[in-house]
Ligand binder design. Structure first.
Ligand code: CA
Ligand code: CA
Length: 343
């Protein structure tokens, strides 16, 4: 494994299977829940581009009966759907102790940087059609990771740098470690969990917006929406001169959901920790898939893409199009991930 140094990222040059066991009488309730979720999701997320697979997204992948036949790991009955009062979006879980998910309808969007900023890595701008999927409302937390370790689904107990575990995003895990987690989560729930494709990640981060950020163009708003290298971070790390002028009050990682959610009801897509996605690194988007799938051929598959910027970065790394990559066997205190569940 490689310990990745904290540093300015590529574009910061200036300074540097077994599903849930149904509970008693839960089968009918589960079916109703899935059906209600599909209905709610029609209203929960309305991409600027017309959704084109409503039929698909409204169809649950597996009913409780299928789950009963497969058997599986312990999966406490999940709570009812929750509506986030801050964003108005609905979330759900497969088990009481698995990550909270927001269901996104499919749609078509332009992937890459739309403005004159950014790097050649983020070009050419290209159209991608993304099928519907569910994605973690938050970055995966230490609590969620540690549950996988206790269940012997994950091997590594990552160092938290004494910043705290609980609701802080898990850090110091490699891309390979993240694969272990999603495999375990799939076995536990009977659903198909994986890392997001890079296209899915950007679709979710943009939340229908074509500008630099989901909230528009202004980097000065970064501290409202995410944890960056801010005034507080600058006091802790005075040699990191690429800091922003706003103050988000966190020098290192922040508990997930400490900032405003994006229009799709997702938190910390910008900042806090970079997020591993499935794709191999490619220097640009020439030849990239246009169907929303991960790009896992060609390029450099020893390096895996991570997105969204982190607590040690200037807001320019938080742009929706910003991208970077590291060895899939490397880890750092600035990289975590969030899960995707296929519908
Ligand atoms: Ca900060
Ligand atoms: Ca993030």
């Amino acid at each position: 494994m490689w310990l990745l140094p904290q540093r300015p990222r590529l574009n910061e040059a200036p300074d540097s299977t077994g599903p849930r066991l149904p509970r008693s009488g839960a089968a009918r309730a589960w079916k109703l829940r899935v059906a209600a979720l599909a209905l709610l999701s029609l209203f929960a997320v309305a991409p600027l581009h017309a959704a084109d697979d409503e039929g698909k997204s409204a169809k649950p992948s597996a009913g409780a009966q299928d789950k009963a036949q497969k058997g599986g790991l312990d999966c406490p009955e999940p709570p009812p759907f929750a509506t986030d009062p801050a964003t108005g979006k609905v979330s759900y879980r497969d088990c009481a102790d698995t990550p909270e998910l927001v269901r996104l309808q499919g749609g078509t969007f332009m992937m890459g940087e739309h403005t004159s900023t950014g790097t050649l890595y983020e070009r050419p701008l290209h159209e991608v059609k993304v099928p519907g999927f569910s994605i973690g409302k938050y970055e995966l937390t230490f609590d969620e990771w540690d549950a996988c370790v206790r269940a012997r689904g994950c091997v590594k107990t990552p160092d938290d740098k004494n910043w705290g575990r609980g609701r802080r995003p898990v850090i110091n895990i490699t891309w390979v470690d993240a694969q272990q987690y999603v495999h375990w989560l799939s076995r536990k729930t009977g659903e198909k969990y994986r890392l997001p494709s890079e296209a899915e990640w950007e679709y979710a981060a943009r939340a229908g917006a074509e500008g630099r950020y989901s909230w528009g163009e202004g980097a000065e708003w970064a501290c409202e929406y995410g944890n960056v290298l801010d005034v507080t971070g600058g006091e802790t790390f005075p040699n990191w001169t690429w800091r922003a002028t706003c103050d988000d009050k966190f020098a290192t990682t922040a508990p997930v959901g400490s900032f405003r959610g994006n229009p799709y009801g997702l938190y910390d897509m910008n900042g806090n920790v970079w997020e591993w996605v499935q794709d191999c690194w490619h220097n640009d988007y020439n030849g990239a898939p246009t169907d929303g799938s991960a790009w896992t051929s060609g390029g450099e598959c020893g390096k895996r893409v991570n997105r969204g910027g982190g607590w040690g970065n200037h807001p320019r790394s938080m742009r929706s199009a910003s991208r970077d990559a590291d060895s899939g066997e490397g880890f750092s205190n600035a990289i975590g991930f969030r899960v995707v569940r296929e519908n």
